[in-house]
Design a protein around this ligand. Structure first.
Ligand code: ADP
Ligand code: F6P
Length: 495
């Protein structure tokens, strides 16, 4: 290559490859707050499950919090483990860091705000400071592990300031971001304390990925309306001298893997008690016990079904699997109490010596058990009040028997609803609508179930976890938000 066409040298003095094929072969470095335990059978939380699937066959590095706290965490080096070709590096946090960054700003302030629950958002200045400091510490610990030309893919709201921190330390690698939660309407995001700092920090990523078109539109409206930014051609957004490629990458699952696990139970005895006359249908829900998941509303809908459609009594049960999450926060203790009170109320009111209407299990289960339970269930009831995507909706579809599938009842406010349009879409705040939809699902003729399932299965297969990872990486590798191209592409400039 002639000298005047040489690619710019990076901080290590090596040349950066410029063509897409070369970039595709670069090492992938994933950074997330939570790192999946790749040896564990049960993994709760969409991020850990999806990234575990996306990275299981990859030669890359996964960096994050170990989930442990220790008083000397700031003086300790990252712990490095290898699993096949994948290297996993984790750091501990001090108890104060875990409290301020994870439980505090991330989960008391950002999580509710991103899910449209400003009423639950508690934002304390000390927690916010610790959040930004922990991001700086992530950058300090990650920098020595990076190699020239790595593609760094940062995940979720815990780590919004990370690109800025890495760049401040001289990192020249491309850095992408994926938000697993919704991005709320701009008026809500603008109400979050430190929103300006977060908005600026998001613009420092080369690519910002969202689950749905509506999340991406909300972000674009925020950038244009609250940051004096502009939308350019393609997916580019620019504000205050920074340009990023903001695009939609709906997260998916390992469809065949989950379907295989589900089919393992065929020919085996049912996991659930069998009714003497065999006439018992199961409705299933699987969610972390989070207030965003709409569990009290769902239980009330099941109660309304039994009340208003008495023909289903003794012929239907509702299995709700709800593993613990963020248990030390009072709002999670409140939701648990509420759910457990409703379970007791429904079982006490309608149950019989030989029929328990609600089976509630407050713990994680191995994926094969979840898959088999989904296959045994006539209805998947996934009714979050808000959700980034909701992988369980896709898992329920993957688990079905193609010749006799169940019916998915899905909240309009789950990101998955943008793709899974043949599900029975409901408003999770409307208990009576949910009850009548449950009745419709339980009595739906096989032909209609089959027609809906076929379309849903196709879409879940097309947008699987590999497609999610590859489409992000493709955009990431080809995105070039340098100012020269930006102005060449600028809609306003071209007009
Ligand atoms: P979130 O990321 O908010 O937890 P998702 O529905 O996107 O919601 O992802 C949840 C993931 O966690 C799914 O893959 C689901 O199978 C898994 N999961 C949920 N509950 C359990 C459980 N009790 N045991 C094991 N895995 C679970
Ligand atoms: O998918 C959204 C998400 O917040 C992930 O980032 C997270 O891993 C998951 O939900 C579970 O939450 P937590 O890691 O706090 O248990």
């Amino acid at each position: 290559m002639p000298d005047n066409q040489k690619a710019p040298a990076n901080s290590a003095g090596e040349e950066e490859p410029t063509d897409v094929a070369e970039r595709d072969s670069k090492r992938l470095v994933v950074v997330s707050n939570r790192v999946a335990n790749l040896n564990a059978k049960a993994q709760t939380g969409g991020l850990a499950v999806a990234l575990g699937d996306a990275l299981s066959a990859s030669q890359g590095l996964w960096f994050g919090w170990s989930g442990e706290t220790s008083v000397d965490a700031k003086e300790t080096m990252p712990k490095i483990e290898t699993k096949g070709d994948l290297t996993v590096a984790t750091i501990d946090l001090t108890p104060e860091e875990a409290e301020g960054y994870y439980l505090g700003y991330a989960n008391r302030c950002l999580w509710p705000s991103l899910h449209y629950r400003l009423d639950l958002a508690l934002c304390n200045e000390e927690h916010a400071n610790i959040y930004f400091e922990v991001n700086a510490r992530f950058a300090d610990n990650l920098m020595p592990l990076l190699e020239p030309g790595d593609m760094i893919w940062v995940h979720d709201y815990h780590l919004i300031p990370l690109a800025e921190e890495l760049k401040r330390r001289g990192c020249t690698s491309r850095i992408g971001f994926f938000l697993h939660t919704p991005f709320p309407s701009p008026e809500i995001f603008a109400a979050v304390p430190h929103q300006k700092r977060l908005g600026d920090a998001l613009m420092r990523f080369d690519v910002v990925g969202f689950q749905t078109q509506s999340d991406r539109e909300n972000f674009a409206r925020y950038v244009c309306g609250f940051m004096n930014g502009e939308e350019l051609t393609g997916d580019l957004l620019t504000a205050q001298g920074q340009t990023t490629n903001a695009a939609v990458f709906p997260i998916g699952i390992d469809v065949q893997g989950f379907a295989n696990l589900a089919a393992q139970g065929d020919g085996q005895p049912s996991l659930l008690p069998v009714a003497p006359d065999g006439d018992m249908k199961t409705i299933i829900g699987v969610d972390r016990l989070d207030y965003t998941k709409g569990l009290p509303e769902r239980l009330r809908a099941f109660e309304a079904l039994l009340e208003q459609y008495p023909q289903h009594r003794r012929h239907v049960r509702f299995v709700q699997i709800a593993p613990p999450t963020r248990e030390t926060l009072p709002v999670y203790q409140d939701i648990r109490r509420e759910v457990e009170r409703l379970v007791g109320q429904i079982n006490g009111r309608f149950g019989d010596l030989n029929w328990q209407p609600v089976i509630y299990l407050h713990r994680p289960f191995p994926q094969d058990v979840l898959a088999r339970l989904c296959r045994e269930s006539a209805v998947g009831m996934i009714t979050p009040l808000r959700d980034g995507m909701n992988l369980v909706a896709k898992e329920y579809i993957a688990a079905q028997r193609p010749e006799d599938p169940g019916v998915l009842v899905l909240s309009r406010f789950a990101g998955a609803a943008e793709q899974l349009r043949e599900a029975l879409l409901i408003n999770p705040h409307d208990v009576n609508e949910m009850a009548s939809t449950l009745d419709r699902a339980l009595t739906m003729p096989r032909q209609e179930r089959w027609a809906r399932y076929n379309r849903l299965r196709q879409r879940v297969e097309t947008y699987d976890v590999t497609n999610w990872r590859d489409s992000f990486m493709q955009t990431f590798a080809s995105s070039d938000a340098d100012p020269v191209n930006v102005f060449a592409n600028n809609k306003l400039g071209a007009a």
